[in-house]
Design a protein around this ligand. Structure first.
Ligand SMILES: [Zn+2]
Ligand SMILES: [Zn+2]
Length: 353
């Protein structure tokens, strides 16, 4: 069977390789890989800037945003053939820390966690793989191929759930959310804050292409430019760019008592020294919470599955701006104008006309 592999640390080392079918020891559920969502992490791994192969291998199979179809599932797994499934990305450290031991692997306290397709664990860009049921999340069959959005949506669901959790330190209900960045994570964040019934504002630098309409079609407000110019006082800010200057503006824009979730990491080298005294003053005097959020546990995947099930499938379909067949995989990793989410089809199912 085919798999898309890289040699971590080596620039442009990606190649389609031939592998033996997965060993039954890998998990009780045999899955046919259908599609992989591509994100900035995959591009960084392909550039040799990130990623780590498993200890016994010099290659890493790429792909962390997955969608597969169950081929075979042992009795008692809760899965059956034909079901759509997404594999969890983060896996516990070999000697689980306190968090991993109770399934909170997204909050792992050690550096020894593994991440499928990223760090010391093979990913899902292969024609077949096996999953342990504890790392398999069922996808609503009505979502079909849109189920590939579940992993990025889980990252957003976690940030939103934590923001709501931190807001509960007062009894006042949140009304307004600000999302900075209208990439796939920002757009899914806007979907989630609309799902929670919040008036939602999204800021990005672009004023053309598909993003403004995608935001407006959620019933949210799109602003091209800087959050500094907005006359709003949001209780929840979800920062999705990872750019320091945007973070400072977003943090300042959060209303008194507000909560700021940081979900992005910028590829810009972090060499800029900034004076955080003013930022500190705003955070202290306005009782704000600033927190970082990465990855997701099972509960967040399940919350994301609910958000996606309630969403307009036509809107979700517009998030997938390009689909690339496996044989043309290098095109999936090239950024093109107006790309939102690019999907690599591993084993495309017959699509309804
Ligand atoms: Zn990703
Ligand atoms: Zn851990």
């Amino acid at each position: 069977m085919k798999a898309l592999a890289v040699r971590p640390g080596v620039t442009n080392s990606g190649e389609m390789i031939e592998l033996a079918p997965p060993d039954s020891a890998e998990g009780a559920i045999l899955v046919r890989g259908l599609a992989i969502g591509i994100c900035g992490t995959d591009v960084e791994i392909m550039e040799g800037a990130y990623g780590q192969a498993p200890a016994d291998d010099e290659r890493l199979i790429l792909g962390h945003e997955s969608l597969g179809e169950v081929i075979e599932a042992a009795a008692g797994t809760g899965f059956s053939p034909g079901q759509l499934v997404v594999g969890v990305v983060r896996r516990p450290d070999p000697e689980p820390c306190d968090h991993c031991a109770i399934g909170e692997w997204d909050m792992c306290r050690s550096v020894h966690f593994r991440e499928c397709g990223i760090k010391e664990q093979h990913g899902y860009a292969r024609e077949m793989y096996r999953l342990d049921p504890q790392f398999a999340v069922a996808v609503d069959p009505r979502l079909g191929e849109l189920g590939v959005l579940l992993e990025p949506a889980s990252v957003v669901a976690k940030a939103c759930m934590l923001a709501v959790h931190f807001l509960k330190r007062t009894d006042v209900r949140a009304k307004t959310a600000l999302v900075t960045g209208a990439g796939p994570i920002g757009l899914l964040a806007a979907l989630a804050t609309r799902y929670y019934g919040l008036e939602t504002h999204v800021v990005d630098v672009v004023d053309s292409g598909p993003k403004p309409d995608l935001v407006r079609d959620l019933g949210a407000h799109y602003h091209a430019g800087s959050a500094a110019d907005l006359d709003i006082s949001p209780e929840i800010v979800i920062e999705c760019t990872g750019i320091g200057s945007v973070l400072r503006v977003a943090g300042a824009k959060a209303g008194p008592g507000g909560v700021v979730a940081l979900t992005g990491i910028s590829a810009v080298p972090a060499t800029e020294e900034v004076n955080l005294s003013l930022f500190n003053k705003k955070m202290v005097l306005e009782n704000k919470v600033l927190f970082g959020s990465v990855n997701a546990a099972r509960t967040h995947y399940e919350a994301a599955a609910r958000v996606l099930s309630e969403a307009d499938p036509a809107w979700l379909g517009r998030l997938i701006s390009r689909r690339v067949p496996a044989d043309h995989w290098p095109e999936a990793l090239e950024r093109q104008t107006d790309d939102v989410k690019v999907v690599l089809d591993i084993n495309p199912r017959a699509r309804a006309a």
